[in-house]
Ligand binder design. Structure first.
Ligand code: SF4
Length: 270
């Protein structure tokens, strides 16, 4: 495994498949020098969403029968080996980040892996943060919710204001509704970040646009209920599986961010 620091933003890196369980570190504008943990396969994506913009490509309908998630013991061993290497060589790590080829909380041993990661972080890099990027669909499971609550930075996805637009953009595979997601995110009591990707386009003859006043106002209503400590706003940045999607300009995204700031919530455009 190469430990060279890659001058690429972490979220941008999610645009292609990660071929290792422990990857990076990645130099990120938001997370500094970030060591990634990919709990999903190394050669395809597993996710409860099938986002039209997902840079990993379309989600497979069926996970191959022979597929086994990486064992938590292997994750622990690999992570510890990297942390020892970095510690002995006095190389800094600002964040240990759960990201990668899909939704990390789908790993059946997520609870154990979070616990191990925090223990190893405390042992080798006590000042390093643990971060997770999640699509917010698995919070009906209390074990996952409680594991996420232990993580320093929870970066949780909501991509639109209406359930209809979320269905068109995220194409949920587990039938969770936006209302459920918003209710679940309130269980963080504000200790989370919301991430939202804005886009326009036409997919299978259906208009996709989460930038309309209607959608943005509904989305702001959700933020008022969730009360996140910050909001990260993104455009499309890499090739997407659906064609005919439009990248929204920084200026337009900043107008939306300003509406968030007017609620007293920190907002950044990336
Ligand atoms: S939630 Fe993330 S990994 Fe899953 S389909 Fe959407 S963009 Fe891809």
């Amino acid at each position: 495994m190469k430990f060279a620091v890659l001058l690429i933003d972490l979220i941008e890196m999610a645009g292609f498949l990660f071929h290792e369980t422990i990857f990076g570190p990645v130099k990120s504008r938001r997370f500094g020098i970030s060591l990634g943990i990919n709990l999903l396969p190394n050669d395809f994506k597993i996710c409860s969403f099938d986002c039209v913009y997902c840079e990993c490509g379309w989600t497979k309908d069926v996970v191959p029968k022979e597929y086994h998630y990486v064992d938590s013991k292997i994750v622990r061993e690999q992570l510890e080996a990297v942390l020892i290497d970095f510690s002995e060589n006095k190389k800094p790590i600002d964040n240990i980040t759960f990201a990668g080829n899909g939704e990390p909380t789908l790993h059946p041993e997520f609870e154990q892996i979070v616990s191990d990661t925090i223990e190893l972080r405390n042992k080798y890099f006590p000042n390093t943060k643990v971060t997770v990027l999640s699509n917010s669909t698995t919070l009906n499971d209390d074990r996952i919710l409680n594991s996420l609550l232990k993580i320093d930075n929870k970066i949780m996805k909501i991509d639109a204001g209406s359930n209809e637009m979320v269905s068109l953009i995220n194409r949920s595979l587990n039938n969770i509704t936006l209302e459920e997601i918003v209710l679940n995110l309130q269980k963080f009591h504000g200790n989370l970040t919301i991430q939202t990707l804005f886009l326009r386009g036409n997919v299978d003859g259906k208009i996709i646009d989460n930038t309309t006043d209607f959608e943005v106002n509904l989305w702001l209503d959700h933020l008022k209920k969730i009360k996140p400590n910050s909001v990260m706003i993104y455009p499309i940045d890499r090739a997407t599986p659906a064609l005919n999607l439009e990248k929204i300009s920084f200026e337009e995204l900043n107008v939306i961010a300003e509406k968030v700031r007017n609620l007293g919530i920190k907002a950044e455009v990336f």
